[in-house]
Ligand binder design. Structure first.
Ligand code: HEM
Length: 283
């Protein structure tokens, strides 16, 4: 049945499955907990660390929270891989299509072109690129999690189970693992709460917050402007209808916004704390 224009205006486009939205909320909660408890150790010489560690029930208990959150993060990571393999069969048909098909998360020539065109656009030297389903910065953020899990996850496990790991690796490596874990954690925290926050929430098109990772949906008109290439593809393939959904009620949106503001505020607070700790309180 043909939809009227007015009906279409109400419609939203589904961008993230319920499972992926749950995974991202889990990622926010576990990452925030890891970053807060970890930085409390790293910057233990600041008064904020003392305050936070009291809130966490002492440094010992903060270590316990760190380990629980790490376990949740590992579960989220492997659930995502498992879900991908399941969807490979159901949605993509083959590994080749998953990895190299039109909606791939791997960088493509178009991403390189979009990147160059974005720089030109920032300098008023060209139009806004016609971004597709996943932009180059989203792909970068996506793979940063893989890199982070390898580096932070593996060194974290070494710090968690030193007796076990020193059966295979020399004892000095525990010190090396601490430095790698600590520095990579600083990089990850700094990146997520500045670059990722800026790209997702603070860029003018989305300011002050983009809640689509929680609702999973974006108003059709907004999607048309933000991702013209994907919108065009969906129209041409006749697949658009498949992704059209109703918006959530206002009360749900309000709850989501409260959660979003809390998460964003904790992130910004952490950036200020890290800068303060490194510049003014460093010991
Ligand atoms: C995902 C798996 C992770 C595991 C298994 C893990 C495990 C650990 C362990 C065992 C410690 C030693 C401190 C203690 O005994 O309580 C530690 C320290 C720390 N962790 Fe993690 N962690 C993980 C992820 C993260 C993440 C994602 C961050 C931050 C974004 C982080 C930040 C830190 C920091 C800053 C320290 C203190 C290092 C120092 O002494 O300078 N960790 N972690």
């Amino acid at each position: 049945m043909e939809m009227t224009n007015q009906e279409n205006e109400q419609k939203q486009i589904l961008r993230f499955s319920r499972f992926n939205r749950i995974l991202h909320i889990g990622m926010i909660l576990s990452f925030m907990s890891l970053a807060l408890t970890g930085m409390t150790l790293k910057f233990s010489y600041t008064s904020w660390a003392v305050f936070l560690s009291r809130m966490f029930g002492g440094f010992e208990f903060a270590g316990f929270i760190h380990r629980v959150a790490a376990t949740i993060m590992f579960i989220i990571f492997f659930s995502h891989i498992f879900d991908l393999l399941k969807r490979k069969k159901r949605e993509y048909g083959s590994m080749k299509n998953l990895l190299f098909g039109p909606n791939t998360m791997l960088p493509t020539k178009k991403d390189l072109r979009d990147f160059v065109d974005s720089i030109k656009w920032f300098l008023w030297l060209g139009p806004r690129p016609k971004y597709g389903k996943w932009t180059y910065w989203e792909k970068f953020d996506y793979f940063a999690v893989f890199w982070g899990m390898m580096v932070i996850g593996s060194t974290g496990l070494v710090l968690w189970f030193p007796e076990f790991f020193t059966k295979f690796i020399p004892g000095e490596f525990i010190n090396v693992a601490t430095i790698i874990h600590s520095d990579e954690a600083l990089l990850a925290t700094g990146f997520i709460f500045t670059v990722h926050f800026f790209n997702t929430h603070l860029r003018p098109e989305k300011f002050p917050m983009d809640i689509c990772i929680f609702t999973g949906r974006v108003p059709l008109e907004e999607y048309k402007m933000d991702r013209p290439d994907d919108y065009q593809k969906l129209i041409e393939s006749g697949e658009l209808e498949k992704y059209l959904v109703e918006p959530y009620p206002e009360v749900v949106i309000r709850g989501i916004k409260i959660f979003g503001w809390i998460a964003l505020s904790i992130g910004f607070f952490m950036v200020v704390w890290i800068i303060y700790a490194m510049i003014f309180a460093y010991k």
